[in-house]
Write a protein that binds this ligand. Structure first.
Ligand code: FMN
Length: 169
């Protein structure tokens, strides 16, 4: 099936996962922030999105393209600090994506990277404050200290969805 990968990220980890997927599948990969080619030629889409302040950054793109992609099989992968299976991930998607959209897509949660040294001072400061106020001590620590959970092997469920055998090396 003709498949394309579209991604929306801010700090590089969603791009990294999209690039690894491209390398494993040969599917073309597009950043939604750049003028991307028409997706009508693709039968299936893999969409990647980072989660920033509880919202999927691909939200606007999805809203403006939904009518033309809704009939295609779509897998959405999220990239965040929150571990897969955590209820917040469902809550955030349900809050920001209409039910019809959310239920039409398969969703895989991946964990990304937060390199505080790459952020502007004011954002580091805000994250530190938000981290201190966070009720969940583990989430608070992630916001204050940063993290790197990038894991190529976590792409396996996406490769399975695509019908491609994962490379172990
Ligand atoms: C300003 C900011 C807000 C964030 N908000 C959340 C959040 O609400 N929940 C979460 O799990 N991770 C959050 N993160 C962590 C990002 O989801 C994580 O760093 C992800 O890998 C970013 O993807 P990207 O590098 O493609 O932009 C936040 C990171 C930043 C910098």
């Amino acid at each position: 099936m003709k498949t394309a990968i579209y991604f929306s990220g801010k700090y590089g980890s969603t791009r990294q996962y999209a690039t690894w997927l491209h390398q494993a599948t040969g599917y073309p990969v597009f950043d939604v922030a750049a003028p991307a080619p028409d997706h009508s030629g693709f039968e299936r889409l893999i969409l990647g999105t980072s989660i920033i302040v509880g919202a999927p950054t691909v939200k606007k793109w999805l809203a403006s393209h939904w009518e033309t992609i809704r009939e295609k099989p779509i897998l959405l992968f999220t990239v965040s600090g929150t571990p897969p299976g955590h209820p917040d991930l469902d809550t955030w998607l349900e809050r920001h994506l209409p039910h019809e959209m959310r239920s039409a897509m398969d969703v895989v949660a991946l964990r990304g990277r937060l390199d505080l040294s790459a952020l502007p001072f004011w954002l580091r400061w805000m994250l530190r404050l938000a981290g201190k106020a966070n009720q969940d001590p583990e989430a608070g620590r992630r916001m204050r200290e940063g993290f790197d959970y990038m894991d190529k092997a976590s792409l396996e469920p996406i490769l399975q969805w695509a019908g491609i055998e994962a490379q172990t090396s």
